[in-house]
Structures are given as structure tokens and as C-alpha cells.
Design a protein around this ligand. Sequence first.
Ligand code: FES
Ligand SMILES: [Fe+2]
Length: 450
Amino acid sequence: MIDGKTLHPLGGGRTLAAMSTPSPAMSPATAHEATSNLPELLERRRAGFSLEAPFYTDRDVFRADMTGIFGTYWLFAASIAEIPEPGDYVTVDYGPYSLIVLRTDEGGVSVLHNVCRHRGARLLPETQGTVGNIVCGYHSWTYAADGELLHAATAPDEKFDPKCFSLKKAHTRVVAGLIFVCLAPEPPTDFDDVIPLIEPYLAPHDIARTKVAYQQTIVEEGNWKLVMENNRECYHCVGHPELACSLFPTWGLTEGMIPPHLEEVWERNQAAERALQERCDRYGLHWEVLEELDTRIAGFRISRESLDGAGESFSETGRRLSKKLLGDLRDFRLGRCSLHLQPNSWFHFLSDHIVTFAVYPLDEGRTMVRTTWLVADDAVEGTDYDIDELTNVWKQTNLQDKAFVELCQLGAESPVYEQGPYMKSEYQVEAFINWYTQRMREHLGVVPAA
Ligand code: FES
Ligand SMILES: [Fe+2]
């Protein structure tokens, strides 16, 4: 079931203009201030603080992000459960890029640029569907699932060689059923080192034997980095009453950082962690925290962490939301295996369902967030799970997060916005910003100020 939301019209953009030489006494750039260029903003980035306004509001920065981040690094696109049969496809857009993610006749995944090689028309304008061959709606050039040009009506002349006009391909990796793409000519190799680290955590949940129970696509009126930052902390989790029933609000805190009102929750959290770790050891499941969010190019964090209450799922009581266990799992009390990846995704793998979150930037002030709930492929709706119960917590949480992101975007647009300090529990936000600024510095050849 797809819950498509109407997109808002393109918002107005701002571009960088001239900025004077930075000095310690100089005020940070605001959304409305004349600025010179992105390299200067990157060079003078203030560690431990949020970014200057143009990173969130400026159209030129957004364009640079699309090249320097989305055109360069591995991105989450979709899961194989979204394209279960040969010919099934989804289209995913990252700013100006549009991709067709297609299940091939052989059961593999083909990722093609959604741009006709005749005169560039968008080939598949729908977000999902099923095709045999891909036929352009303009002049009917016809492509095979692997991108080969099969037919061009009234080809221009005998010298026309269809082999020169195959659809352009993106690099693809399928990791435990999650499809990743890279748009760069030469993808960074670091991701190949991360795959064997994360795959053993995810594989027991067996995405190949799941189906899409529900999908929600929302547009947040905020820059894509604000969406990612908001995901990387639970400092705001008091704003998530439904989620806080099962997700310990102590997430992100460590011993010595616990405020008095959370001490009791912390004790419960610690006991649940010990019990979960013993259970995982018994079943041979990984639970250890692996965290390299800003210390490698394929920044990631993975762990299996306990849930409150019954410890099974994202419900009011912590009880299961689907009666069918995933894969060959033998216990519902497995908490959540959570994966954070730079730059555009996060995931929760539970014993009874999986939730994937994909971030697709639209422009400097708008971001699409797609949330997909997967259940065992033999789970029967209405018998084994109820759609409203399954999706309630994250639907509510997503709308709450959307509101937080939009408040921040409004703030970044204000002439009085200044960079604010990260709290200790926001270390993953800072790690995301570290990762982002480092990648953009590399992209633009910027040396940070001493
Ligand atoms: S643009 Fe696709 S066939 Fe002409
Ligand atoms: Fe949140």
C-alpha cells in the first residue's frame, strides 16, 4: 500500500554572492547575507556547532551537495522487497538525478539513469510499476532491462549504432536485500570494506523473504541535512510520545550523562541491554556497537539495542506488531538492530518487521522521506498484522520529525540565525556534519583553517 503525498511547488532559491574575508571578529553568514563561496564557508566551519545558514538555504550549496555528495558516494535507493518480480521497478530521485531500480529476469537488480538517450526525456515518470522493455513516451525508443537500446523507429541513417545509445548505468550493490547505488564513474571502494561488517547483523532478518506492508512518502520543508541531523539525536525525543513507549529515551546518553528524570529509565535500559546481549549470544546474533560515522568514507553505525516494555517491537507495550518472525529468527525479544548510514538512510531491523528510511533531496528547502515497513512474506494482513498498528509509531514520529525539521529550516532562513552548540547527546549530529564537511572539502580541494 502506498501513501503518496502531493508535492509542493518548487520553492524559491538563493544563491551565494560576494563575502568579505573571514576573520575571528566576523559574524557567521546568514541566509540573507551576501557571501562569496562555499570553499570559504567550509574552510571556516566551527567545530562543535551547527552549520552556517547558507548550508541549509542556498541553492548553489545544494547544487554542490548534489555533485559532491549525491553524485559521488554510495546511496541507499530501495530494498529488493519493493521490486519482488522480474520487471518490477521503482524510480528514485536525488536532486537532479533520476534512477530506475529494476528487477531483472535473472533475479538481479539493474540500476539505470532515467534519461532517454535520444533527446533526454524522463523515461519512467511514475514512482513504481512493472515493465517488460522500457519504452520512451516521446519517440518510442525502446530499451531492454539492462539498458540496451533495442529499437529506434526510423533510425537516422545506416551509420547509427544502437550500441552507442544504451541507457547509462549506475553502480549497484545489494547488501542483505538493501539496494545501494553510486553515481560516480569510479565508486569509492571503502563501502566494500563496510559491507562484510554490517551484513551479518542484517542477514538473519532475510529481506528476500519479506514483503512491503506499507510505504509512506512525505515531503519535509527542510534541507536534506536538517532531515539527517534530526535523525541522529534523541535529545528531542520527548516530542515523540508514541516512540518513547518502546525506544528508550536514554538513547545517545552514556554513564555520567543521565539527567535525574531519566535515572529510572536508564536502570531499566541497562538491565534490558544485558538481557538482550545474553539472548543474542545464545542465538549467535551480533549486537556489538560498530561505529565509524565520520572516521571513514562509508560512514556507518550499527548495533542491536534493547526496546522498552516487552522488548519486541515498536508498539505501546513493546509487544510484537506482526505474529510472523522474520527469516529463521526464533525469538521475538530481539530489540532493534539499527543501522545509520551516511549520507541518506537509516534502518530498524526487528524480529517481526523492518523499517527502512530513505532521504531524497528535492531542492535546498525540501526533502522527500520514504519510509517502508516490511513484514514476513507469509504474514497475512488482518490476521498476522494490522496496518494501522504496525505503522502507527513511525507514522506519528515521522510527522513530528517533519515539524521539527521545518522549524529549523524556518530558523535558518532568519537573518538572526547563528550557529548553535551541539550537546554531548548530539554527537552523531556532529559526526554527520563532520562527515559532510570533510567530503565537501575533499570535493572542492579546501584546506580547513588552522
Ligand atoms: S526523447 Fe526518448 S525517444 Fe525521443
Ligand atoms: Fe525524531
